[in-house]
Design a protein around this ligand. Structure first.
Ligand SMILES: [Mn+2]
Length: 333
């Protein structure tokens, strides 16, 4: 394994012996023959899909930017007192996605099948899949993959961190829009298995729907300071206690001052530190039940200094290591 691969891979993945480089997860070429290696504790994949953006495009370049930004970080988390070097980390590369997608439903199905195949073949039974977006619509096929993987058992629960309610049935005539993600997930899993926190932008109609659904953000005033750690606790408490947990982080839940590289900036969000604490809180609170996460809506062309991509990479590291360790969990540690 080279220390300088042709394309960036995520942090410790570049040092995991036998991964064979990006796009060849779980296999190494030894004496010209593939050799299977251990299943991943942390399986990284990219979904450079950007069909659902309404305001400005850009998240298709997110996965590459997040991988590249990850190189500035240590494998070691000072908060968790653990290192990614303790884990088998595989980077599976990116899902093939066509630009200018004419048929989002077909693309969604192909992303779902790709993710399901990756997880089946390469993720350890207690491992974490971390998908790098892509616009927020990528979450829909990724959750579909986990629903399909859960056949015979309880379906997944989804916890969304997002500035936007995303509860519209349609936006600008499109049901496949990043403004409709929460609505699509509720259609897939039912209202009890979906929660959203950190929301500070919604229509009056979306707010009424959110109250009926009991979404954690809907009984907080806006604009009030968001205690996003407490809000994630409340959301987790309202979700059923069975099935794998899927955490979807729309990076625009963070204030645009801290995360400027987003498609739909919404002033008045949480700080980078608050978001890190919230993600660590979810990962430690759920521990092995947290099986999948994504970080979506990173738009490198608007990302001054790479702050947003670096934050996204750090969230993945912190989630993977907070699952293992009680250190540094706000009120707990
Ligand atoms: Mn959003």
């Amino acid at each position: 394994m080279s220390e300088s691969p042709a394309a960036p891979v995520f942090l410790a993945a570049r040092r995991t012996p036998g991964t064979g480089g990006p796009g060849i997860p779980g296999r190494a070429v030894a004496a010209g023959r593939p050799r299977p290696v251990a299943r991943a504790d942390l399986l990284i994949c990219g979904v450079p899909w950007d069909t659902g953006s309404s305001f400005r495009r850009g998240p298709a370049a997110g996965p590459a930017a997040i991988r590249e930004a990850s190189w500035v970080l240590e494998e070691y988390s000072l908060a968790a007192r653990r290192s990614l070097e303790e884990l088998v980390v595989l980077d599976a590369g990116d899902c093939p996605v066509r630009a200018g997608d004419p048929d989002p439903e077909a693309t969604a199905q192909s992303i779902a099948e790709w993710a399901r195949g990756l997880v089946s073949a390469h993720l350890a039974p207690d491992g974490l899949m971390a998908a790098l977006g892509g616009d927020h619509l990528a979450t829909v096929p990724l959750v579909r993959a986990w629903r399909d993987l859960a056949v015979g058992g309880p379906p997944p629960c989804v916890l969304i961190l997002d500035a936007h309610a995303d509860l519209r049935h349609q936006y600008e005539g499109q049901t496949w829009s990043h403004a409709c993600v929460t609505a699509r997930l509720i259609e897939m899993l039912g209202p009890a298995r979906v929660q959203a926190v950190g929301v500070r932008s919604a229509t009056a109609e979306e707010t009424d729907v959110a109250r009926e659904l009991g979404l954690a953000w809907s009984w907080r005033g806006v604009p009030e300071p968001v205690d996003i750690v407490r809000e994630t606790d409340e959301a987790l408490a309202r979700l059923p206690a069975d099935g794998p947990l899927y955490l979807s982080v729309d990076i625009d839940v963070c204030d645009p001052g801290a995360a400027p590289g987003v498609g739909a900036p919404e002033p008045g969000g949480v700080s980078a530190l608050e978001l890190i604490r919230a993600v660590r809180n979810v990962a430690y609170g759920a521990m092995g039940r947290l099986r999948a996460m994504d970080v979506v809506e990173v738009s490198p062309e608007h990302d001054a200094g790479g702050a947003t991509a670096t934050l996204a990479a750090k969230l993945v590291r912190e989630a993977a290591l907070a699952r293992l360790s009680p250190w540094g969990i706000g009120r707990r540690g």
